[in-house]
Ligand binder design. Structure first.
Ligand code: EPU
Length: 435
């Protein structure tokens, strides 16, 4: 259950933005100033799930106030875990001796990341009942690799009435070979194997910084994990884990969003707490587009010219250019100088926002996994709809170079992954408001 907010003056509504579901943007720039980057959505949700592994009181710092965190709090609450804000971005998680190892459909359908409770529940309770997640706007998103990895560790599964029933009297360390470096499957395997008997090796593991963050949290809890952040992770199972405090890694996708806004609007920004080394490939691409970006003692410093140059780009698992950056890159290319070809290699359906950009005057053709973007000097403000988190943010970013007013509807999608996108952009000079 989502607890009452103990921080008067801070809007708990950021987590559950019911009203004001539109973001209104006018042409802006140059941007100037400082934006503080929050904790990574794609890490914190897994850390919250990992807390199920150890009874006691955990504290996570740099937790973003986003809807997906509220949903994970609700899911943990339904299992009997209490969570409460104990500071502007610090979340206390109290895990009891008894937890209910079930993830009900009405909570799972709200956010797909909930599947990562499977590994920790199996490791902690020896059983789990988790609703099957549906597809989403990216197209089908199977979980076969999650289940195969857990099966190899000794779990058995049956499915009935839309639920997966999992059992594992004993998890036994073994060699897992992932068919693809899936982020979620690596995380589920990691969280199950920390309590398995003996040694587990995860080969072809995902290498994202959020995986390394999860391993750091688990190691602090008493796990023995080597190699996280590389393609081979080795885990020595332990009998017991204990609760800890941990600061969530900074969100590289949020940081990329402000770099994209800067690229479209021009100007100079410092992104406090952003991690340059987690964004190497993207930063190289943005450099080719004409931006200057350097590590700074505070985070990342960046400067953008009045107009970007077009480049070609393909998404790949980390350390390649992340699929989550792609809508932002397409949004940037829409008003860049020249033609860019963008290739999506991870999610088949991830071009749906292109129609919305076209409504804003962008010249984009899609063919299968490719989009050809012919840059226009300016776009034209229009009513559009946010189809998902990153695409929604990309529409806001692209609108910074659109004459007139762009109204982005369904802004609740953006709130799933961004704490106060509008406030942060406005604070560096963008003409953007909620409405
Ligand atoms: N896949 C399978 N079978 C599986 C698992 C994955 O076929 O069992 C396929 C997927 O369908 C997809 C590819 O493998 O085509 C990659 O999926 P992956 O498992 O790596 O992604 P994920 O764990 O479901 C996370 C992020 C996404 C991000 C991807 C890729 C979270 C909560 N989500 O998803 O982030 O796009 O990794 O980096 O961590 C977002 O933040 O908006 C977001 C969607």
């Amino acid at each position: 259950m989502v607890g009452a907010d103990p921080m008067p003056g801070r809007s708990p509504g950021r987590e559950h933005t019911g009203a004001m579901d539109r973001i209104i943007v006018r042409r802006s720039g140059p941007l100037e100033g400082t934006v503080t980057i929050g904790g990574a959505k794609n890490s914190v949700l897994k850390l919250m799930a990992a807390s199920l592994l150890a009874p006691g009181t955990h504290v996570l710092h740099r937790v973003p106030r986003i809807t997906d965190v509220a949903c994970m709090r609700e899911l943990l609450g339904s299992m009997g875990v209490r969570t409460s804000w104990i500071g502007p971005s610090s979340l206390e998680i109290v895990v009891g001796d008894e937890i209910e190892p079930e993830a009900p459909y009405e909570l799972v359908e709200k956010f797909r990341a909930s599947i990562v409770v499977m590994g920790p529940l199996l490791a902690r309770c020896g059983r789990a009942r988790v609703a099957l997640p549906g597809g989403d706007d990216f197209g089908p998103r199977p979980i076969d690799m999650h289940l195969r990895a857990l099966e190899d560790l000794g779990a058995t599964f049956t499915t009935a009435h839309g639920y997966i029933e999992a059992r594992a009297d004993h998890l036994l360390g073994t060699r897992l070979l992932l068919e693809f470096p899936s982020v979620g499957a690596t995380e589920n395997a990691l969280m199950a194997s920390v309590r398995a008997k003996g040694t587990t090796t995860i080969d072809n593991a995902a290498r994202e910084p959020e995986i390394a963050d999860l391993a750091a949290y688990l190691n602090r809890m008493g796990a023995v994990i080597l190699g996280a952040g590389s393609s081979t992770i080795t885990v020595e199972g332990v009998d017991e884990l204990h609760p800890v405090e941990h600061t969530v890694v900074a969100d590289r996708i949020e940081a990329a969003t402000y770099l994209a806004a800067l690229g479209v609007a021009g100007g100079e920004l410092t992104l406090v707490d952003a991690r340059h080394e987690h964004m190497d490939m993207l930063i190289a691409k943005l450099g080719e587009m004409g931006m200057r970006i350097s590590p700074d003692p505070d985070g990342i410093w960046a400067m953008a010219p009045r107009r970007l140059r077009a480049v070609d780009v393909s998404t790949l698992p980390y350390p390649g250019v992340a699929t989550d950056y792609k809508p932002l890159l397409v949004g940037m290319l829409a008003s860049a100088d020249g033609v860019g070809i963008v290739t999506e290699n991870l999610f088949s359906g991830r071009f749906r926002y292109v129609d919305e950009l076209v409504r804003m005057g962008a010249d984009i053709r899609t063919e299968g996994h490719h989009a050809v973007v012919r840059g226009k000097a300016v776009l034209s403000g229009a009513p559009v709809r946010a189809p998902d988190i990153r695409a929604g943010a990309a529409l806001v970013v692209a609108a910074l170079k659109a004459e007139g007013e762009t109204v982005v509807a369904d802004a609740h999608h953006i709130d799933r992954g961004y704490e106060d996108l509008v406030g942060k952009l406005a604070s560096v000079g963008a003409d953007v408001r909620r409405g």
